[in-house]
Design a protein around this ligand. Structure first.
Ligand code: NDP
Length: 291
């Protein structure tokens, strides 16, 4: 029987998720239909859309900009949240909590949320052969993407975390909020500063800002160095990566993270693991990356 999935966003036409999940379906032999779903940008429309989808027999949903926080609130009030979603304050993967359904909950009451973005990043970094355990990490950005990667980075054993953000107060708030949400994150162990004030030698530096969308370049100090530089954006020439590559760093864009977070969603829904390297190669062959 065909299993139905959607990715909800606004805008949504650019989403590569249907192609990625079609590749996973081809790998596993699972019969799926995965569609892009536009939604007006308000919480009531989003919740009504999700409830209708699951009432209609839908198996799982992804959500993207601008609905990850709305999805968090929706699941918090219904079927619950994974630890990663709780700490991230954002949900990108939803399905029905079968335990609640068995105990008599309605479909609407059983909508459950997880966040696979951060683990997708960590899995990609590890697949590149970059070290994480004991490393000194600088994370630039304090938005949804930055929030989602901190718990997985800490669980991967990083030694030290600095969060830099254009608006430094948001970096400070993020560090405090995260430690309140999880007993493995100590806000006092995280240093914060403005992006332009980030200096020193790091093992890994991660760009989790959306500055690249506008074609602008981050103001980076000359004395800022890293062995490895990762940009969560993908699919175009990224000045952030060029900056560190010119100083001898190994670099990667966020394309592997995109495939990695999708693979984890697919696994949550179907219990089937997929080969991310196979999917990455197949999708590159279709020139998905540069579109
Ligand atoms: P948010 O809007 O939540 O956060 C944006 C962040 O970027 C904030 O920290 C903001 O700083 C900073 N920023 C924006 N413009 C500038 C600027 N001109 N100069 C300096 N800093 C700036 O976005 P998200 O966190 O959701 O997404 C961030 C990026 O991560 C996006 O490019 C997104 O595409 C990418 N992403 C990639 C994924 C993948 O799978 N590869 C998954 C998820 C996200 P301030 O607080 O000062 O406004």
């Amino acid at each position: 029987m065909t299993q139905h999935f959607i990715v909800v966003g606004n805008p949504i036409a650019h989403s590569k998720s249907p192609e990625i999940h079609a590749q996973f379906a081809a790998q596993t032999g699972i019969d799926i239909r995965y569609q892009r779903q536009y939604c007006p940008d308000d919480a009531a429309s989003f919740t009504a859309l999700l409830e209708a989808f699951f009432h209609g027999g839908g198996v799982g949903a992804n959500v993207t900009v601008p609905f990850k926080q709305v999805a968090y609130a929706c699941c918090a009030a219904r079927g619950g949240l994974s630890e990663h979603a709780k700490v991230a304050g954002a949900v990108n993967t939803l399905w029905l909590n079968t335990t609640l359904l068995k105990n008599g909950a309605s479909v609407s009451e059983a909508i459950y949320g997880d966040n696979t973005d951060g683990q997708g990043l960590v899995n990609h970094i590890l697949s590149l052969g970059w070290p994480l355990a004991g490393t000194r990490v600088a994370l630039i950005g304090a938005g949804g993407a930055a929030r989602g990667v901190i718990l997985p980075l800490i669980q991967a054993g990083i030694g030290d975390l600095s969060i830099a953000n254009r608006t430094v107060s948001k970096a400070e708030e993020l560090a405090c909020e995260l430690s309140a949400a999880s007993d493995v994150i100590d806000a006092h162990a995280i240093s914060t500063c403005a992006t332009s004030e980030l200096t020193g030698a790091f093992d890994i530096i991660i760009n989790a800002t959306s500055i690249g969308l506008s074609g602008e370049t981050l103001p980076l100090a000359y004395t800022l160095t890293a062995h490895y530089a990762y940009d969560m954006m993908y699919g175009r020439t990224l000045p952030f990566l060029q900056h560190f590559a010119a100083r001898g760093a190994q670099t990667s864009d966020g394309y592997g993270m995109l495939i990695g977070q999708a693979a984890l969603s697919f696994e949550r829904w179907t219990t089937q693991k997929v080969d991310v390297a196979v999917a990455t190669a197949a999708l590159h062959d279709k020139a998905l990356h540069d579109k």
